[in-house]
Write a protein that binds this ligand. Structure first.
Ligand code: NAD
Length: 474
């Protein structure tokens, strides 16, 4: 059993000022795998002080120095591959292949991508008599969720370091280990004292202390809408800037001219990846009435490939959900789908056969879903697909946009003009055409209640900058 009761403040591993701890579970076995400290407001104060002290020097480092730092971080990160993969599988329940190919790789990609962006990033710009200077925003408080333990911390940290901002990070208490390994990576890479500070603990204590702290200039949060609201309210009291990456209920529009077998594979791969715990998941699949039966047949054919199982079994596509609370939430949604009259064509409530221990949920597909049903409107955050039919393209677009969210949208189709029409009509921050590979330079963030601001690449760096106008420059 692990015991990780120290925070990382001002370049040192330090004891918490309190004595409270939190147990961390392996969701595949339901066993406690370790404990972390449940930090205090005083711990946050110490971390903020350290970050503030480090800020004047770090914010004045050159672009070249920060590129070198990000490159050293990426190099050290690569040396810890096995540790990241193992711990993400233990704390999140992600299959080994997923921990490596998705989680480990995404974390690394952000450091490499941001280092590359920085090479051409301009921190000053002359406009007539005015010099525009982009300066580091100050001390940034970072609060991250559990579903992508390396992706969300790395995108925020890489951007903050690139901008010259110092940070206090609170990772999710459900998956704290990837951030602990990352802290060791920063030590090995020589991140200067006080530039990076880690305080572990719950959202109610440590998260709340970060969002309300008067000496934190900016909060970047990824997580649920409800917590995003609380953070914004807290931050408003000291007028700090807030970036929010929240939930989604993203549509995948299947156009009639696309191969239905390919469409079914893309739809299932998207919804079941990471056990459906993906904010950009295409949980609403929109298929024309004419193609509905063909799509369902194709989907039934590909479903066995997307099997749920033990994360250590090579054949497993997705593992358990992260926690019992999340399991119960998803079960309630599946029951609501049945109660509100959606037609179940795969999966359903209860645990999959042979997987009674662990928070496993069956790959579940509903069809004949109406867009006003709860399962089409609320974020389930589990392996549940809702198929909705449409008559015309205009109707498909209307359904796609009939949501409080706007994080992502997907379209599969052959006719370029129609595909582009869909892409420009969906009100969301990221549209993917025909299942493209990831682009880490593309901005990531949401319209509507999916959030405020953009992460990744050049746009991510901008989040950690203030803009100064120096007027009267010759
Ligand atoms: P959550 O909002 O419960 O927790 C996220 C983080 O906030 C955790 O570190 C938690 O400890 C902290 N927190 C909780 N209460 C807090 C408070 N009062 N003040 C400050 N911090 C607090 O979310 P979760 O359950 O960990 O993650 C799932 C949610 O995150 C889903 O809704 C999902 O859509 C969203 N998400 C969004 C994105 C995105 O980029 N848009 C990415 C991943 C997850």
């Amino acid at each position: 059993m692990r015991s990780d009761l120290l925070h990382f403040i001002d370049g040192e591993w330090v004891k918490s000022t309190g004595a409270d701890s939190i147990e961390v579970l392996n969701p595949a076995t339901e066993e406690v795998i370790g404990t972390i400290s449940n930090g205090t407001k005083e711990d946050v104060d110490l971390a903020v002080k350290a970050a503030r002290k480090a800020f004047p020097t770090f914010s004045q480092t050159t672009k070249e120095e920060r590129i070198a730092l990000l490159t050293r971080i990426a190099d050290e990160y690569e040396k810890r591959k096995d540790d990241f993969v193992e711990m993400i599988t233990q704390e999140l329940g992600a299959p080994i292949i997923m921990s490596e190919k998705v989680h480990y790789n995404m974390g690394l990609a952000h450091f490499r991508q941001v280092a590359k962006e920085l090479e051409t990033f301009e921190f000053t710009e002359k406009r007539g008599p005015t010099l525009i200077r982009k300066e580091a925003i100050g001390v940034s408080g970072l609060i991250t969720p559990w579903n992508f333990p390396t992706n969300q911390t790395s995108t925020k940290l890489a951007s903050a370091f690139a901008a010259g901002s110092t940070v206090v990070l609170k990772p999710s208490e459900l998956t704290p280990y990837a951030a602990l390994i990352l802290t060791e990576v920063f030590e090995a890479a020589g991140v200067p004292k006080g530039v990076f500070n880690l305080v572990n603990g719950s959202g109610e204590t440590v998260g709340d202390a970060i969002s309300s702290h008067p000496d934190i200039d900016f909060v970047s949060f990824t997580g649920s809408g409800a917590v995003g609201q609380k953070i914004s309210e807290n931050a408003a009291k000291t007028i700090k800037r807030v970036a929010l990456e929240l939930g989604g209920k993203s549509p995948l529009i299947v156009l009639d001219d696309y191969d239905m077998k390919k469409a079914a594979k893309i739809a299932a791969g998207n919804v079941f990846a990471n056990s459906g715990q993906v904010c950009t998941a295409a949980t609403r699949t929109l298929v024309s009435k004419a193609k509905h039966d063909e799509f369902i047949e194709a989907l039934k054919g590909v479903l066995p490939r997307f099997s749920v199982g033990n994360p250590r079994d090579e054949k497993t596509f997705y593992g358990p959900l992260v926690a019992e609370k999340q399991y119960d939430r998803v079960q309630d949604y599946i029951q609501k789908g049945l109660d509100e009259g959606a037609e179940l064509i795969a999966g359903g409530t209860g645990k999959p056969e042979g997987l009674e221990t662990g928070y496993y949920v069956k790959p579940t597909v509903f069809t004949n879903v109406k867009n006003d049903m709860t399962i089409a409107q609320e974020e389930i955050f589990g392996p549940v697909m809702s198929i909705i039919t449409y008559d015309t393209l205009e109707e498909a677009i209307e359904i796609a946009n009939d949501t409080i969210y706007g994080l992502a949208g997907y379209v599969v189709g052959e006719d370029e003009e129609t595909v582009q029409k869909v892409a420009s009509s969906i009100r969301a921050g990221r549209i993917s055409i025909n299942n493209p590979p990831s682009d880490f330079s593309a901005p990531f963030g949401g319209y509507k209640q999916s959030g405020v601001g953009r992460e990744w690449g050049e746009y991510g760096i901008e989040e950690y900058l203030e803009i100064k106008a120096v007027v009267g420059v010759s």
